[in-house]
Design a protein around this ligand. Structure first.
Ligand code: GUN
Length: 287
């Protein structure tokens, strides 16, 4: 039987409608709407697209948003200055610095400058530490979205073997922390893992976040496994191009129990979780 596909677009839409209703209630009760401050540096087209999608989603949910789009050669001080403004602005409950930043900027220092209680991306070391120590405040959006999709299947995580391929701070590491918190036994794999196919084959839950088009083969997947494909890779196809994940979708479909498509799987969830984190932040600030 082919894998059941997990419809991230539908799950995300439902969550976004719920958030919209909550924002309406908040505003009806006399509170300020949640506000998101965005910093985009440079002109990477993918980052530009993501930021536009995030702002559009804010508008649709009744969340206020502001953007500072800076030229690629902006100084560290300029970026830090804008973050400082957002830190102080009471209308802004969430701050998002779109990554990656241009090479000449010190990303670590930029992320440290974001007030931890406005860090809706969950990238500040204080929030990273809180996640691993078991008292999360803000959890990064893509990992949260992955967890929601797993929950939507009803497959329990307790005692399962979960393998995360990719060790990034944005996806791999925080996803592993969340899966462990739900009592899965976690393995984090990466480019130097000795037997990647073998590790993948041991997974009841496999999360692919490597950024290499269709790297995970059908015969790397345990029959019936739940497979989450975080990859968004643009590949040439004749005159055109199209998006594919980190998993060979057609092959995986014949083996997996559940599978996320690309596009329409994890992607839409990231934005829904950003809205949720921003709403949560506003509620905490307005208590
Ligand atoms: N770049 C890739 N993913 C993300 C994300 O979730 N947040 C931000 N700020 N930048 C990203």
């Amino acid at each position: 039987m082919p894998a059941k596909l997990i419809d991230g677009k539908a799950v995300a839409q439902q969550i976004r409608e719920g958030i919209k209703a909550e924002v309406e209630q908040l505003v009806a009760s006399g509170k300020e709407p949640p506000g998101l401050g965005v910093v985009l540096v440079g002109d990477d087209p993918a980052s530009r697209t993501y930021v536009s999608m995030k702002e559009k989603a804010c508008r649709a949910a009744g969340i206020y948003s502001e953007e500072h789009a800076l030229p690629a050669d902006s100084s560290q001080e300029k970026v830090l200055g804008i973050i400082e403004e957002y830190n102080r602005n009471p209308k802004i409950h969430g701050i998002l610095v779109q990554l990656p930043l241009p090479d000449h900027l010190d990303s670590e220092q930029v992320l440290l400058a974001v007030r931890p209680d406005k860090d809706v991306d969950g990238f500040h070391p204080e929030n990273v530490g809180r996640l691993w120590e078991g008292h999360p405040r803000f959890v990064p959006c893509t990992p949260l979205g992955i967890l929601e999709l797993i929950h939507s299947t009803g497959v329990p995580l307790k005692g399962k073997r979960a393998v995360v391929v990719g060790r990034s701070n944005i996806v791999g590491k925080p996803t592993a922390a969340l899966l462990m918190a739900e009592h899965a036994t976690i393995t984090i794999c990466h480019s130097r893992t000795a037997d990647l196919p073998g590790e993948c084959r041991s997974a009841d839950v496999l999360v692919a976040a490597i950024g290499r088009a269709r790297m995970i083969q059908g015969d790397w997947i345990k029959p019936g496994a739940l497979v989450i494909d975080v990859g968004i890779n643009r590949i040439a196809e004749g005159e055109k191009s199209r998006l594919v994940g980190d998993v060979d979708f057609e092959a995986a479909r014949e083996v997996a129990g559940y599978l996320t498509p690309v596009p329409g799987g994890v992607g839409p969830m990231t934005i829904a979780m950003l809205l949720r984190n921003t709403l949560t932040s506003a509620r905490r600030a307005q208590r």
